[in-house]
Design a protein around this ligand. Structure first.
Ligand SMILES: [Zn+2]
Length: 230
């Protein structure tokens, strides 16, 4: 759970990342003060919050933020990981996809914990609008600007003009989840999954598969897709 304005930005972030074949999963949003006390208590012999003992010396220290000192406590922060297009295999190691997702999040006004010093928090984004935690603690709340429109479409994945003019039609996805493969081979690497009812511009038909742009192919099978010429 996150603030409603944050949620709108997250939807936009997912769309931006999706269009670039980067897939993200959010793992944590709002944390109550008690949740935060439990996290802060990890690795500490004793920590009392609101009269209750949260110390958990057996665990490792995971946070330096006491209740009220994390933007998670105000529904303004969330944690993420990147994953494959099917949402099954998660990238636990911080790599280029993480950085790509983080760059998109920053474009939308988020601060990325991966750039904090000295306590780097790679999975963490927050929308603080330039306010410090103490200001937010005092009751100030960030002002949400309208969702920025991308200035340079060149950042989008390369779809050549030639391909755009070579459109042969559109395919509509007929099954709940359909795998998109890297090549026109049924055993080729899956790059993402698309969902029922979505339509995609189609550029080529080859070896029983439709090309839906770049290195993205879906099955021609009548049970899976419906093709219409444009
Ligand atoms: Zn976080």
């Amino acid at each position: 759970m996150v603030d409603n304005d944050v949620l709108k930005l997250l939807v936009e972030l997912i769309k931006l990342c999706w269009s670039e074949n980067v897939f993200i999963v959010f793992t944590h949003g709002l944390r109550t003060m008690e949740d935060q006390a439990e996290i802060y208590g990890k690795g500490r012999a004793s920590y009392i919050y609101d009269g209750k003992q949260y110390g958990n010396p057996k665990a490792n220290v995971v946070s330096k933020a006491m209740p009220g000192s994390s933007l998670h406590n105000y529904a303004l922060a969330l944690d993420f990981v990147t994953c494959d297009g099917l949402g099954k295999n998660v990238d636990w190691v911080v790599g280029p996809k993480w950085r790509h997702a983080a760059a998109n999040a920053k474009e939308l006004g988020f601060t990325w914990g991966g750039e904090w010093k000295p306590f780097i928090d790679y999975p963490h984004f927050q929308y603080d609008g330039g306010l410090s935690v103490s200001k937010i603690k005092q009751g100030k709340f960030p002002i949400f600007k309208s969702i920025p429109v991308r200035a340079s479409p060149s950042q989008k994945p390369p779809v050549s003009n030639q391909q755009a003019s070579n459109q042969i039609g559109v395919v509509k996805i007929l099954v709940d989840v359909l795998k998109v493969r890297e090549e026109a081979i049924f055993t080729a690497k899956v790059v993402k999954a698309v969902r029922k009812g979505q339509t995609y511009k189609t550029y080529e038909k080859k070896s029983g598969m439709y090309n839906v742009g770049g290195k993205q192919w879906v099955s021609v099978g009548a049970a899976y897709t419906k093709f219409t010429t444009t």
